[in-house]
Design a protein around this ligand. Structure first.
Ligand code: MN
Length: 723
């Protein structure tokens, strides 16, 4: 009898683990798997069921729960037999069914050649696809057992599997902190990838005792520490993995004898004082190598790592490393200080590597599962999305594109190349046409359909894309390709925003005004500023402060010159007995600080969303605010509706095309409005024009504006301004 593994072996292990497993479920899972695989054999000749049994046994070692073991027993049944997922779900529940499905999916992905820059993406994608981290742990054990029995594979398959294991699965095991699996995966891969190098190191290790050597040393040290009052010392020992030695020998070009940490003994104690005592004991027992002692307790490494390191020569002439630290330091070294407290405190720091944090958490759970025998199935807590904020999709060529969750097909196109994005006219997912705002789902194969080279993106895409990469590339295209259009778009958007803010710059002042804003923005011209607004490189909001500031100056200047020509031509109705210049029927409220009464001189402040707040003109708050460049532009003139100042005189300068009857028409217009005329003179200027100076009596600014409007409607009048 070849001594194939049987279900009783697994049962024995489960019982010995002392953890409360659901034996009924395991029995049922085994029976289903046994039946499904009956008559199937592995390449090595053993019955197929041996493979899932071995995988389940590896999981017991890792402290995994009942569901994981059940899923492991059945991990190949859906792929290889007629059993369906629905059957599994009805018999074992959704958890087990999902895990089996997850492992099956991971198994389907084949990576024949793994390029270095793709490897990290692949690892992340596998993590994301495994969803429930238990799936990945089952997959790692599956791969480990397959590698253990890989001698039965043909040569090419050995190499392919070894490469994939080395590049993808071993690093995942490393990140999950399952170091024994990681090392065995690496060593077994190396054995297929460089059999000569592997055997070479194996021989070197065997020559000086290997595992036995370091176990013996650890025992000798433990006894000596006990004699010296440290009977509680915990000893750990390890032999560097073959691949670890291989890397130092072949990648750092060192001789085997130059690698001092092939063997290492770790001593874990209760206090720092004991650590230094133990160091003394060690240096008394063995000859320390010069320059190899490091005190990371008094001077921790930048990442917070603390430990005493020394390298000594054993009595056999073989060097080994000794690490001495407290229990606390050991914990911190295992999980990392940051990961530890970050998770505990529930802090999610935006910039840091969230994946690292979460994996640290998984590591901790795995560890506590192993230590705490009756912890039940803590692992159930870590179900669910491991990486909800990232998605991974393939190009038709098989490159993996990594995007933040919520990214669209357009983001995908720009992630491939800006030229692909700029020419994009559509997208296909798994060969079916999808809208361009399709949200990318992990595992999809996305083909971007492109049009002619000069096609260019659409401005609307800026509202669809979610990655800054795509946004920047789209803006860059507009910046380069569409300057005229950008200028128009930018200027129009700016005008809209200014209207919304009740800022009206007269046409004849516009260019100068905008040139000044551009200068303050450190741009060369107003056009450059409009263009930047147009392609989105500059936000209007960043300009508004400056615009309001300049507008305030403009209006202050106007007031000095008594210029009010910038006010729109219409009749303003007041509300609450107040007329606010430039705004019709606007809601007003009276400021509490100065409580203006009819008859007081008043001013208005345009609030954000609460209408106009009316202050006395000499109100301290109003005065202070008007002097503040930020607010100046939001102050407007206001007056009581029934205030009449009949004798207020204003002088107007009127320019018109010279013609007969002009003066008469102007006088007629003024008479219509019953405006008293105190003085009037007219003269011809060049280019066939006439200039007219009028001094009239007006009641209010509102009144003046209607006068100006009326005069502007007189035939051949070119402009009317108050001077
Ligand atoms: Mn398998």
């Amino acid at each position: 009898m070849a001594g194939y593994v049987v279900y009783d072996d697994l049962k024995q292990m489960v019982l010995e683990s002392g953890r409360p497993y659901d034996m009924e479920m395991l029995d049922k899972a085994y029976q289903l798997a046994e039946r499904a695989h009956s008559g199937q054999f592995r390449r090595s000749g053993e019955p197929y069921i041996c493979h899932p049994l071995h995988v389940a046994m590896l999981l017991v070692d890792l402290g995994m729960d009942t569901e994981s073991l059940a899923a492991a027993l059945m991990h190949d049944v859906v792929e290889d037999t007629s059993v369906t997922l629905n059957e599994l779900e009805s018999q074992f529940g959704a958890d087990v069914a999902h895990m089996v499905d997850g492992v099956t999916k991971l198994t389907k992905i084949q990576f024949s050649s793994v390029e270095e820059q793709q490897a990290e993406n692949l690892r992340k994608m596998l993590m994301a696809m495994s969803q429930d981290v238990r799936v990945m742990i089952i997959k790692l054990c599956d791969r480990l057992h397959n590698m253990r029995t890989g001698d039965a594979w043909p040569e090419q398959k050995r190499r392919d599997k070894a490469l994939e294991t080395m590049e993808v699965y071993a690093p995942i095991a490393h990140r999950l902190g399952i170091s024994n699996i990681k090392e065995e995966l690496e060593d077994r891969s190396l054995r297929y990838l460089d059999p000569v190098g592997y055997e070479n190191i194996k021989e070197l290790l065997a020559e000086n005792g290997g595992r036995e050597f370091v176990t013996h040393i650890a025992e000798v040290i433990r006894e000596r520490l006990a004699e010296n009052g440290m009977p509680e010392a915990i000893m750990k020992s390890r032999v560097k993995s073959v691949y670890g030695i291989y890397r130092k020998m072949f990648m750092q070009n060192r001789d085997f004898e130059e690698i001092y940490d092939v063997y290492a003994v770790r001593i874990i104690l209760d206090t720092v004082a004991e650590c230094y005592n133990a160091l003394g004991v060690i240096h008394d027992m063995y000859h320390p190598l010069p320059n190899r002692f490091k005190d990371y307790i008094s001077t921790p490494k930048p990442n917070g790592y603390q430990s005493l390191h020394t390298t000594v020569i054993g009595h056999e002439g073989i060097p080994f490393e000794v690490q001495i630290r407290t229990r606390e330091m050991d914990q911190m070294a295992e999980y990392g200080v940051a990961a530890h407290w970050k998770y505990k405190a529930g802090i999610q720091s935006g910039g840091s590597d969230r994946l690292e944090e979460r994996l640290a958490w998984v590591r901790q759970l795995l560890e506590s599962q192993r230590e705490n025998e009756d912890a039940g199935s803590l692992l159930q807590d870590i179900k669910g999305d491991l990486l909800p904020e990232e998605v991974f999709a393939f190009t038709p060529k098989g490159d993996v594109i990594n995007l933040p969750a919520g990214a669209t097909a357009i983001d995908f196109a720009y992630a491939i190349h800006s030229a692909v994005g700029n020419r994009m006219i559509g997208a296909k997912v798994n060969s079916r046409i999808v809208p361009i705002d399709h949200k990318v789902v992990t595992g999809e194969i996305i083909e971007i359909i492109t049009g002619p080279a000069d096609k260019g993106p659409s401005r609307d895409w800026l509202k669809i894309v979610t990655t800054s990469e795509a946004r920047n590339k789209i803006r860059n295209w507009f910046k380069k390709e569409r300057r005229e259009e950008n200028i128009q778009e930018g200027r129009a958007a700016l005008e809209r925003e200014m209207r919304r803010n009740l800022i009206t710059v007269p046409d004849d002042k516009w260019d100068e005004f905008m040139a000044e804003i551009a200068r303050r923005q450190r741009l060369n011209s107003a056009d450059e500023m409009y263009a930047a607004l147009g392609y989105g490189g500059l936000q209007i909001s960043r300009l508004m402060g400056k615009i309001k500031d300049e507008y305030g100056k403009l209006k202050a200047g106007d007031e000095k010159a008594n210029l009010l020509a910038d006010i729109p031509l219409k009749k303003y109705k007041g509300s609450d007995g107040v007329v606010v210049e430039g705004i019709d029927n606007c809601p007003v409220k009276f400021a509490k600080c100065c409580s203006p009464l009819p008859g007081d001189e008043i001013v208005g402040f345009i609030t954000r969303g609460f209408g106009v707040s009316i202050h006395k003109k000499d109100c301290q708050n109003a005065q202070a605010s008007m002097n503040d460049p930020e607010n100046r532009g939001r102050w407007v003139r206001a007056y009581w509706e029934d205030t009449k100042q009949e004798n207020y005189k204003a002088t107007l300068e009127l320019t018109a095309m010279d013609r007969n009857g002009l003066v008469g028409d102007v006088a007629m217009a003024l008479a219509d409005l019953r405006v008293p005329v105190y003085a009037m003179s007219a003269r011809a200027v060049d280019n066939g024009r006439a200039s007219m100076s009028l001094t009239i009596g007006i009641a209010s600014t509102e009144h003046l504006n209607s006068v100006l409007a009326k005069l502007r409607r007189v035939k051949d009048v070119v402009s009317v301004m108050r001077v």
